[in-house]
Design a protein. Structure first.
Length: 127
């Protein structure tokens, strides 16, 4: 899934935006190394930048298997934590870094998981 997204992105936005990170399994990107002043431990799967190098978005790619109960809550809770960290960074530095959650898999068919993701997006139009 991540490789397909990278290929689509690179073809669609070549020369306009850059995407970095592993296309398949690989080391995460430490946000402390790409966001000036960011001090929290927060690895990310990919970073989207302008042609000039300004970070515009950070992303997380996940395959959600048929999760339920505590496992499901752990995934959406972890994503909520990522949102909170980026919101704090944006407020502290006047930045406008966006978040992208790239998800695939049968776990999304669970109504509760889908609703949790939708609520995170609806509650934060600026991230």
């Amino acid at each position: 899934m991540t490789q397909a997204f990278f290929e689509w992105f690179e073809n669609r936005y070549a020369g306009e935006f850059r995407i970095s990170g592993p296309k398949r399994a690989g080391a995460d990107i430490d946000l402390r190394k790409v966001l000036p002043g960011f001090t929290e431990r927060a690895p990310t799967d990919f970073v989207i930048s302008s042609a000039s190098g300004e970070v515009l978005a950070v992303g997380y790619a996940r395959y959600d298997s048929d999760r339920g109960g505590a496992q499901e809550d752990d995934r959406t809770g972890g994503n909520q934590d990522k949102i909170t960290k980026i919101e704090r960074y944006n407020q502290a530095f006047g930045a406008r870094v966006k978040l992208i959650f790239l998800n695939d898999g049968p776990g999304l068919a669970l109504g509760s998981m889908w609703r949790d993701y939708a609520a995170m997006e609806e509650g934060r139009p600026d991230v």
